[in-house]
Design a protein around this ligand. Sequence first.
Ligand SMILES: Cc1cc2nc3c(=O)[nH]c(=O)nc-3n(C[C@H](O)[C@H](O)[C@H](O)COP(=O)(O)O)c2cc1C
Length: 367
Amino acid sequence: MKSKYASLFETVTLRSGLQLKNKIVMAPMTNFSSNEDGTVTDAEIAYYARRSKGVSAVITACTYVTLNGKGFEGEFAADRDEMIPSLARLASAIKAEGAKAILQIFHGGRQVPPHLVDGDVVSASSVPAEAEGSPVPRELSATEVEEIVAAFGETTRRAVEAGFDGVEIHGANGYLIQQFFSPHSNRREDRWGQRLAFPLAVVDAVKQAAAKADRPFAVGYRFSPEEPETPGITMADTLELIDALKEKELDYLHVSLMEFWSEPRRGVDDTRTRLEIIKERAGDAVPVIGVGSIYTADDAVKALGTGVDLIAIGRGLIIEPDWVQKVESGQEESIAVKLDKEAQEQLVVPDPLWKAIIHTPGWFPGV
Ligand SMILES: Cc1cc2nc3c(=O)[nH]c(=O)nc-3n(C[C@H](O)[C@H](O)[C@H](O)COP(=O)(O)O)c2cc1C
């Protein structure tokens, strides 16, 4: 490895005691490839195994904690105990190649396709998303909210039993946890109308279940720093969320962005990037994972230079499964940075994910 990349290969020990062998993790990416019954497929297992050798941790695609939270065709399930063998297969496929396995847990809220939930789309309040044609969700009752909080805890218990090394709470990308935090989607007047109440209740339920693991078990939290809508989450809101999460003894915060170097839209008078502002606020209390359009070893080192603790790579690892090994062995020049559209088999990408990528121009470099 060239010495200028040595910082990428420093080890990190998280608060739970979980040890990461380097600073590169695989970003969570939905692959649309699970079985109808919610179990993982062989194609999916092969896809993860192919990408689990170099990175220190693989954060899986999101999995739903209750059936009415299923957000995608071909999403795998973690909402009931019968799914533990399927989850265990996924965890051991990742761990067998040397990476830690982190399960991303989620509820889609108002963003679920109605046909996946028999038309019963739910959210914090009865406010549809702004995208044209979005369904009007049904406002969850207080009892249902409590059931979903408990389901996040139950799913964490299943992750422990299945052999995962941690869970990541998916509080980003406009799904249910974010819907409770957002002034756009949360107009409630009961105690769940306090916008931090649901995210923090989920964290508590997850932490309680994680504490029962007989080994280091990490709990991370992912959030999107801003929403474009008015009203919507601003950087000022996000800084408040970070302050609250800092009290929760989490293993990491993960900022969901498509572009690492993006700047705030509103809510702070600061010309730095969102990630720099967030890292400063998190301070030494909790490590921060940065992500977004990192394709080369130089991109990763430059990103780490901002002070973030770990770097997640998503699309780059689909395009180049040997990303980490190539940097480690001094062959970073040969890292593919554009998708080879003829290489599905060699890249070990399941058909549904491959089709989604190929049919969405501009989503991946080279497509
Ligand atoms: C195919 C695909 C699926 C994704 N699915 C998820 C997901 O399930 N959960 C999540 O938090 N983010 C998801 N994301 C966002 C990524 O985790 C990441 O933040 C984003 O792709 C930017 O990183 P990159 O430029 O390294 O790909 C997805 C992105 C892609 C490309």
